[in-house]
Design a protein around this ligand. Sequence first.
Ligand code: NAP
Ligand code: G3H
Length: 488
Amino acid sequence: MFQNLCGKDKTYCNLYDGGWVSASSNAYTDIFSPVDGSLMGKVPAMTRDDVDRAVRNAKENLPIWAETPIHERARVFYQAAELLEAHATEIAQILTMEIAKDEKSSVYEVKRTADFLRYTADVGKSIAGEAISGDNFPGGSKHKISYVNRVPLGTVLAISPFNYPINLSISKLAPALIGGNTVLLKPATQGAISALYLASIMQEAGLPRGVLNTITGRGSEIGDYIVTHPGIDFINFTGSTEVGRHIAKLAAMVPLMLELGGKDAAIVLPDADMDFAADNIISGAYAYAGQRCTAVKRILAQDDVADQLVPRLLARVTNLKVGDPRDNAVIVPLINTHAADFVMSLIDDAIAKGAKVIAGGKRNGNLVEPTLIDHVTTEMRLAWEEPFGPVLPILRVKDTQEAIDIANQSEYGLQSSVFTNNLHDAFFIANQLEVGTVQINNKTERGPDHFPFLGIKASGMGTQGVKYAIEAMTRPKAVVFNLDDHTH
Ligand code: NAP
Ligand code: G3H
């Protein structure tokens, strides 16, 4: 059933106008598995001409899709959800090998994506316009009525990251498509094969031709050209703050949604349940080897709290399964050598400046041991930079206010956790934290996917979450009826 695999030797193609094409240059990028270094396949390195063609095609098909009744768009989504679930194991195996995500989490990612599709279809079907009477405003009249409906923005460029190639592609595609937009998907190069399977599912489910086109190719080579293409009406990007900032500068007047990096803090108060906090912090920090925007990336706690937490965290870190994602290891090889080099540079800097390694601290190739580091100070890079790897620093603070201050001094503002049994303290701290979301007594995390999900400061712009993303990628269209006043 999968047509994205369109040649011999594991050659993949891009979805274009309902068919599968290679690059006009016939150039490819090899995709190797971070698990065992094996060649997984090759994806087309699309050229500028290919981008022009794909955008033109998406624009040509926009009027038909925009006119397609929402309940018919929704039907495609329900079908795609069924297909994803039917092929979950197969697609999860590809995910596992392409991005080294453990099998259980890979299956979960595919099933979560099916749920996302169904929920988006349901929300899409309940989108309703409104009629506003002119007499609500002083001097207005009942004979002036604004009829307001939501219409698509046009062609949306969706750029997804390596760590959730399926789920963070659908979190852009589905709200854009249900809103009547056509979409150009540019997936992360490492993750592109998985994303092409998703595109294949959407096509098989009945998405009309040219409503979704894909563009593979390295962001460093083709990215700027796509982002600045005059045919793009909205850019929905998830990835690093560095690339997000670069895109924001280039985008000029094109509206943007940016989901970027984070440095989520877990603030643990003296009255917290320490075992509960340790369980949450460990799964929040180390799942998928810490390669999640929402990973817990620092602990802020007073001395006596830190002293209680350290042995509990150590016991749990030691029990984390390290190794092969096919064996459901939690700590898996990082996405590439550069990522592991970067994580090690943060660890080395902290050690050199006097931090104490409680666990881990070493690497073997791309595999970095789960690392817990105590006595990290604000002079160390690890206090501020996002490792995107399995390393968790503990910063000891003198009181709650210092924890809040250090949390807020970060350039990032994605999420924070507060662990306490005192709801008054939780409320007080939550109100002061400069982040998109505060989790009380839970690890930082994105889901459930209908909640608003957003970062402030260097963590992003705009709000995700099904309903919010549909609103962001549609706009109100007002038609004002000026009716005769028959009373005169
Ligand atoms: P990345 O290196 O910034 O890449 C993200 C995407 O941007 C990829 O598709 C990449 O393509 C593309 N790209 C690179 N340069 C581009 C350019 N000049 N123009 C257009 N696109 C370009 O990020 P990543 O390594 O995949 O993901 C890790 C980062 O994403 C972390 O910082 C993490 O915190 C963040 N993230 C944030 C969220 C959130 O919701 N806030 C969610 C997930 C991840 P190539 O792969 O071809 O380079
Ligand atoms: O990496 C960023 C994802 O949006 C995180 O999602 O919290 O469900 O792992 P998650």
